[in-house]
Write a protein that binds this ligand. Structure first.
Ligand code: NAD
Length: 456
């Protein structure tokens, strides 16, 4: 039995005076209404676990030592110790070893995640490989009984989501999906207000995501000496090495990801689904606005999609019509990276910088005692480590990660087919006239040996 499971933790108690001053400071710092900050603080206090003592810090492994993985692991070091790292690029691996060496003790280094998962000193993994590797590694980690902080989008396909849920639940492990906006108070406030009818009957949701990259054609190049290109490709088709397919740029290729809609879209579509409280849309219509350059990135940099939800709400998902590269934030109102909820009695706009409404009173007025409240987490990584101890579901458990990723995968299927699709969210199958073609996108062929047998 590992140290994590043996620990017991007492709740943290603070005085009423310091509680109130903490709330006032929180409201002043965030611009959020005081009533909401108080409710959040109170909920957080009741469930708070004490910070781990030096003797019960969980062992953490980082799999995928790129941009996000390194950032996640630095964040996770507040809660545990990085004992192992893994990457198929030895340059990234060596960089992580250097970065996470503490007091002369280097983390153990691996190029095959399966060997890393055999270690008994690893309690939890931070999984930040490209999207096409998420599922096999998450399933292997679940089978090895490790807690998993799983980067978004949870999967590459809808079928992978079902298999991930099965592995996580059968093995009784904690999985937090890396859609960290669920732990941001602005987004929680927006979703709680919408759920409780603060803007009247919800009519439309507008999601804006930054446009993707439109570049190419690209040339092949010799595989860098430090990179295991075949392992990096994994389940995806074997192709010659092209630098723009690999590190960080994988997100602009269908083979490894889904373009803007599974990148930023994984965050904002997750928030839209949270506000709706529904499993999935029933109709998906889409249009490519800017087609890719032949021989270049093959996901369209700009697109728009219209989703119909079972309660009649229309959700429009669009890229910002800005030709500046990834990460662009448009300055014009209503066309910036973020989400706008429109109801019969007003609107709420929310993104990572602000929350605004058609009338400021929509935010100022407290929700009643019996209002629907959503899960409270103010630190996504912290919530994961708390749940490793409490064995409760985190704020973004595997089922939620799967359903939110599915919204992106449904839009991808419509964009790739160039057709309007109908979806049955309960049966998780396409229906209607395009069902046969669309259902081919629910799963993808996996190149041997990187199929499910690789982790069985
Ligand atoms: N939550 C967020 O806000 C957020 C932000 C950025 C990225 N992400 C997600 O994080 C993931 C990684 O994105 P990134 O931008 O850091 O990519 P990256 O290319 O910088 O890093 C990925 C790393 O994984 C390694 N890798 C590939 N296959 C591997 C394997 N089989 N085993 C071990 N290592 C392997 C690569 O060599 C690379 O070092 C993506 O799924 C992305 O969507 C999330």
């Amino acid at each position: 039995m590992n140290a994590m499971k043996q620990c017991t933790h007492k709740p943290v108690h603070i005085s009423r005076r310091s509680f109130l001053s903490r709330c006032a400071a929180g409201a002043a710092a965030t611009g959020l209404p005081l009533w909401f900050v108080k409710a959040q603080e109170a909920a957080a206090q009741s469930g708070a676990a004490a910070v781990s003592s030096p003797n019960d810090r969980p062992g953490i492994a980082l799999i995928g030592c790129g941009g996000m993985g390194n950032g996640n692991a630095r964040n996770a070091m507040r809660f545990g110790d990085i004992v192992a790292v893994c990457d198929v690029d030895r340059n990234h691996l060596n960089g992580a070893v250097r970065q996470f060496t503490r007091n002369g003790k280097a983390p153990a280094a691996f190029t095959d995640f399966r060997r890393l998962l055999e270690r008994s000193d690893v309690d939890a993994v931070i999984q930040a490989t490209p999207d096409h590797w998420h599922t096999l590694i998450n399933i292997a980690a679940a089978k090895a009984k490790k807690g998993i902080y799983a980067e978004k989008p949870l999967t590459l396909t809808i079928d992978e989501g079902r298999k991930t849920i099965q592995a996580v639940r059968e093995n009784g492990v904690i999985l937090q999906t890396g859609t960290q906006q669920r732990s941001s108070q602005r987004f929680v406030l927006a979703c709680e207000l919408v759920r409780n009818g603060r803007i009247g009957k919800l009519k439309e949701i507008h999601v804006w995501v930054p446009a993707g990259l439109r570049e190419g054609p690209f040339k092949t190049a010799p595989v860098p000496e430090a990179l295991d290109w075949d392992f990096w490709l994994g389940q995806a088709p074997k192709v010659d090495y092209v630098p723009q397919r690999c590190h960080a740029n994988f997100r602009w290729w269908w083979e490894y990801s889904g373009g803007p809609v599974t990148d930023w879209g994984a965050h904002h579509n997750d928030i839209a689904a949270w506000a709706l409280g529904l499993d999935g849309p029933t109709r998906i219509e889409s249009r490519v606005i800017t087609p890719p350059i032949p021989g270049g990135y093959n996901t369209p940099s700009e697109f728009e999609a219209t989703l119909t939800w079972p309660n009649g709400v229309i959700q429009r998902v669009r890229t910002t019509p800005d030709d500046s590269p990834y990460g662009a934030v448009l300055k014009e109102d209503g066309q910036r990276n973020g989400i706008r909820f429109e109801g019969s009695e007003g609107w709420i706009w929310v993104n990572r910088e602000e929350i605004t409404a058609s009338n400021r009173d929509l935010l100022r007025e407290p929700l009643p005692e019996d209002a629907i409240r959503l899960h409270t987490s103010r630190n996504h990584m912290g919530n994961f480590f708390e749940c490793l101890r409490s064995r409760k579901d985190p704020v973004c458990p595997v089922e939620v990660g799967h359903r939110s990723a599915s919204v992106g995968h449904l839009i991808v299927a419509s964009l790739r087919l160039g057709r309007t699709l109908e979806w049955d969210p309960a049966k998780e199958t396409f229906v209607g006239e395009n069902a046969a073609d669309a259902n081919r996108y629910i799963a993808r062929e996996m190149r041997a040996p990187y199929d499910y047998s690789f982790v069985s």
